[in-house]
Design a protein around this ligand. Structure first.
Ligand code: SAM
Length: 482
């Protein structure tokens, strides 16, 4: 009898090693089963309804069969459906954000991360509130509205009170027309009580990467420190939701373990959250292991090539159609271009992974967490997105209007996102163009906004959107939203 139980609150039962192994066997046995593959692809396709489209998503077993399949035409179909789902539910919008590193003090021993305790030559730094302010001003001056704060785990140097103080500071800064309107938080697993404090501080998504779902490897990769506790880490999202955080973000660090194992574990985690809390993950991140201070990715055996990476992303899109997919500047412009057509809905831009990096002229390396491949400015990233037909969106409306958790999901499922997210994207893009963009970006942007406004069919929504856009162009009024 397998110990697998999707509703169990025990890590080893909702991420059952046995179930993952059975899934991989099943996927391998069926990777050329065309009849089954066709039925899974059919299930994944958006279905037309009276009000729009719905998607059923896939189970971890079904999605694992697609991931294992190597038949070229079927793989092409996976990519086609992934793109179709992205366009039907998210439109051509891409949400923009930047990470903000608060502190690289860390008591853990993660063997892939240069912040590990034994690294004695990396400069340790923690931002003061004055420095947080300066970083936020630099980010606002680029045009950012949404941040993901990052910190190592260190109860003495970075206690929860420090994180809360930083969040408060970030929300309080308004430089010129700037504002950070959504702070997502990527800090180590913590208690229900601390999650409640984060919720009360008004955070957006709580993000925690599992790194690997493979327990044995997990224990070896995290040999010391509080993060060594596999169950405490894996059950963190349940505690976060118990603490009232509606939006949680999952992810694995690809390169640590066999990707097919991680993929099945990731989807089982999503299924668990849906089964227990009635709402799946708000986002899934797909980071790949990168070179860093004393870390050489080549010493890890499980790196994946770009083709596999794209296929994983597309299969995630099919399995969890209503979950945002995030790709960071760990990846190059070329890889990001490709993944944007595989279902990605959020990208970071102009990121610095060093503590205090945004206020330094030169890209500093001494406190960096990992190498950034895409080093373009935010203006360049925004222009590139538009040149490729994507609308860069700085919108943060959903969470500020209380559309989080299942309320966001039902908006997404009802197809109503087009009537609010699309105009919201255009209004926040106008803010970016007016306040921060270069002339070249402005030219492309205003043309795109004009074309996109023509796609709004609801005349009332169109009139309000046009009026707000004129207001943004001709005054300092900002932050309009549906
Ligand atoms: N310290 C927090 C924790 O323990 O979850 C999270 C913050 S950490 C700054 C964010 C993420 O960076 C980690 O979860 C890990 O997946 C990723 N990371 C660490 N080392 C990396 C590397 N060498 N290349 C790419 N990503 C890395």
């Amino acid at each position: 009898m397998s110990n697998y139980n999707v509703k169990s609150m025990k890590a080893e039962e909702f991420i059952s090693d046995e179930e993952i192994r059975e899934t991989l066997k099943y996927a391998e046995a069926n990777k050329n089963n065309i009849e089954l593959i066709d039925s899974i692809l059919e299930k994944a396709k958006p279905q037309k309804t009276a009000t729009g489209y719905v998607c059923k998503g896939l189970t971890h077993r079904e999605a694992s069969v697609l991931l294992a399949c190597e038949i070229p035409e079927k793989v092409q179909e996976i990519f086609k459906i992934a793109e179709d789902i992205k366009l039907k539910f998210y439109g051509n919008r891409i949400v923009m954000f930047a990470p903000l590193y608060l502190s690289n003090y860390c008591v853990n021993g993660c063997v892939y991360c240069p912040y590990h305790l034994k690294n004695k030559h990396i400069a340790r730094r923690k931002l003061t509130q004055e420095e947080v302010k300066a970083e936020v001003i630099a980010l606002q001056d680029m045009g950012h509205k949404r941040l993901a704060i990052e910190a190592g785990e260190d109860p003495v140097n970075n206690p929860i009170e420090y994180i809360l103080e930083c969040i408060n500071t970030i929300y309080s800064v308004n430089h010129k027309n700037g504002a950070i309107r959504r702070v997502n938080v990527n800090i180590a697993a913590t208690t229900v009580e601390n999650y409640r404090k984060l919720r009360d501080a008004g955070i957006g998504t709580y993000i925690l990467f599992q790194e690997t779902y493979h327990k044995e490897s997990y224990l070896e990769l995290h040999p010391t420190g509080p993060k060594h506790d596999y169950a405490y880490h894996t059950e963190a999202m349940d505690r976060a939701m118990e603490g009232g955080i509606d939006d949680v973000g999952l992810g694995v660090l690809f390169g640590l373990e066999l990707y097919k194992y991680e993929f099945a574990g990731l989807l089982m985690h999503a299924e668990h959250l849906e089964a227990v809390h009635g709402v799946g993950p708000h986002t899934i991140s797909v980071p790949r292991l990168k070179r860093a201070d004393d870390i050489d990715p080549d010493t890890f055996d499980n790196g994946i090539d770009d083709d596999t990476f794209a296929k994983i992303t597309a299969c995630i899109r099919l399995a969890v159609p209503y979950t945002g997919i995030i790709i960071s500047t760990r990846e190059s412009q070329e890889v990001r271009s490709r993944l944007l057509n595989c279902g990605v809905s959020q990208v970071s831009g102009a990121s610095r992974t060093s503590v205090g990096g945004y206020t330094e002229e030169e890209r500093p390396h001494d406190t960096e967490q990992f190498d950034v491949s895409d080093q373009r400015t935010l203006d360049e990233v925004v222009r590139w997105l538009m040149e490729n037909g994507h609308i860069p969106s700085f919108c943060t409306a959903c969470y500020r209007e209380g559309r989080t958790g299942d309320r966001f999901m039902s908006l997404c499922k009802s197809g109503q996102i087009v009537n609010c997210c699309h105009p919201n994207a255009l209004m926040t893009l106008t803010e970016f163009l007016v306040d921060y963009a270069s002339d070249e970006t402005k030219e492309i942007g205003y043309k795109m906004i004009e074309d996109e406004l023509n796609k709004i069919t609801n005349s009332k929504v169109l009139a309000i959107a046009k009026d707000n856009i004129e207001n943004i162009k001709n005054s300092n009024r900002r932050d309009f939203r549906f």
